[in-house]
Design a protein around this ligand. Structure first.
Ligand SMILES: [Zn+2]
Length: 194
């Protein structure tokens, strides 16, 4: 399958297509994966393309910003150090955010953006929703690999890992979701496809 509306740098195109393949609902949605020079605390960040919020919800486009390297305290971490499956899981998590945004009205998106900045409990809920979408779409094993990579990677700092533990689902919680949805996930309904 090819994805005419998928935009991705060549060196992660394969992984991006793989992650997209779990989300047939997004086949006609513009999703751009883009490197961002700014080194940020989050390795990746999904958001709507702001100008597309003026269009109808169906025509909305999304962008996933990716740090080529990201800084955790004084250490730098680069995308080349991330194994393929972990990267696919990471991209799949971001597409989970896209699925969440897709279900929201423009006004709700704007309120959402503000809440994300200021409310820790909201962040937690949003991150849970993204993982829930990913596992529901059959990406459970990829998501587990990503969690494992983050939590058991010795070169990531304890404070980063604590941040991940505080705001993101634990491997045990992911396993619970896998038990609920199965490793292949649930097929989307016709309504969800439209
Ligand atoms: Zn997230």
């Amino acid at each position: 399958m090819n994805y005419p509306k998928l935009i991705a740098p060549d060196n992660i195109r394969k992984e991006a297509e793989m992650a997209m393949s779990f989300y047939p609902e997004l086949a006609h949605t513009e999703v751009e994966f883009k490197y961002n020079d700014m080194v940020r605390k989050n390795f990746m960040q999904a958001q709507p393309k702001w100008t597309s919020l003026l269009k109808s919800r169906k025509e909305r486009a999304y962008i996933v910003l990716i740090s080529k390297k990201f800084k955790v305290e004084d250490k730098y971490f680069t995308i080349d150090e991330v194994p393929n499956d972990v990267l696919i899981g990471w991209l799949g998590h971001e597409l989970g955010h896209v699925m969440d945004y897709r279900s929201r009205s423009t006004i709700s998106m704007l309120i959402f953006g503000l809440k994300y900045l200021y409310s820790p409990s909201h962040i937690k809920e949003v991150e849970r929703t993204a993982d829930d979408y990913a596992v529901k779409h059959g990406m459970g094993n990829y998501i587990l690999k990503t969690k494992d990579f983050i939590l058991n990677n010795t070169s990531l700092s304890d404070s980063y890992k604590d941040h991940m533990r505080k705001f993101y689902l634990s491997p045990e919680e992911i396993t619970e979701l896998i038990n609920r949805y199965g490793t292949t996930g649930k097929k989307p309904t016709m309504k969800e496809m439209s």
